[in-house]
Write a protein that binds this ligand. Structure first.
Ligand SMILES: *[C@@H]1O[C@H](CO)[C@@H](O)[C@H](O)[C@H]1NC(C)=O
Ligand SMILES: *[C@@H]1O[C@H](CO)[C@@H](O)[C@H](O)[C@H]1NC(C)=O
Length: 228
């Protein structure tokens, strides 16, 4: 039918890189700084190979849930998807099921969270066909992601076991119809613990780590590129 996803990603990468080098060398009348920043980002992407994940989201996506699909932007809200837990009340240890309703989808990253905390809570059970676990927040069964790009739909049922600590849970999903068409952090309504244990609260300091690390890397990539 066509090139494999990975081939496409590599090809896309090479094209962007070549295009970027050509632009710089021909000194097109475009902002040089913007071009340099753009090139830095592209080079970074090539070197780190974080462009392509046909086999599921990487652990680095656990917090922001943004697919590492290069410069592709999420679709604007509202998403055509809704997340449906089987119940809005849960008891510690009793499984509840979650379905994502909407058009067929191929990519997914699904977590249970508490309030605005980005920690992945609870324990997902045996992943349905074409999906797998993703370790998030040090929790081996903290998230589910796609295992391939086969179709998932409203018959794809995810099963989750609540932890002892959470009182309010929201299911949060990034859903991709295709590589370039996805919605980030689609949320279910809140499910509440039947009992009365205290809310699990953590700060989200890790949110700031990625940008802080990336800025010097982009600058470094630019310096190396311009000197080459
Ligand atoms: C969901 O997708 C599976 C696999 O492609 C298919 O067998 C099933 O009929 C679909 N279900 C619905 C409700 O579309
Ligand atoms: C599931 O999807 C199919 C096909 O899009 C649709 O006909 C059906 O009504 C959906 N079922 C539910 C429970 O949303």
């Amino acid at each position: 039918m066509r090139l494999s996803k990975v081939d496409c990603e590599i090809w896309e990468c090479v094209c962007k890189l070549v295009c970027c080098i050509v632009r710089l060398h021909m000194s097109w009348p475009v902002s040089g700084i913007m071009d340099a920043v753009f090139c830095g980002i592209v080079i970074l992407q090539v070197f780190t190979s974080v462009l392509c994940f046909p086999n599921g989201a990487p652990a680095s996506a656990c917090v922001d849930m943004i697919p590492r699909h290069g410069a592709v932007q999420p679709q604007p809200n509202p998403a055509p998807y809704t997340i449906h837990p089987s119940s809005t009340a849960f008891q510690t240890g009793n499984p509840i099921t979650v379905v994502i309703k909407g058009p067929d989808y191929r990519g997914v990253l699904l977590e249970a969270r508490s309030g605005s905390d980005s920690k992945a809570l609870g324990s997902w059970q045996t992943p349905p066909d074409n999906t797998k676990f993703l370790e998030c927040s040090g929790n081996q069964q903290g998230a589910i992601t796609h295992a391939n790009t086969n179709i998932k739909n409203n018959s794809t049922v995810y099963t989750w076991i609540p932890p002892a600590t959470a009182k309010n849970i929201v299911f949060v999903a990034t859903v991709a119809q295709q590589r370039t068409v996805f919605w980030v952090q689609v949320m279910s309504s809140t499910s509440t613990e039947g009992g009365g244990t205290s809310l699990d609260v953590h700060n989200s300091a890790e949110r700031t780590v990625t940008p802080v690390l990336i800025i010097p890397l982009v600058l470094l990539a630019n310096v190396q590129f311009l000197l080459a």
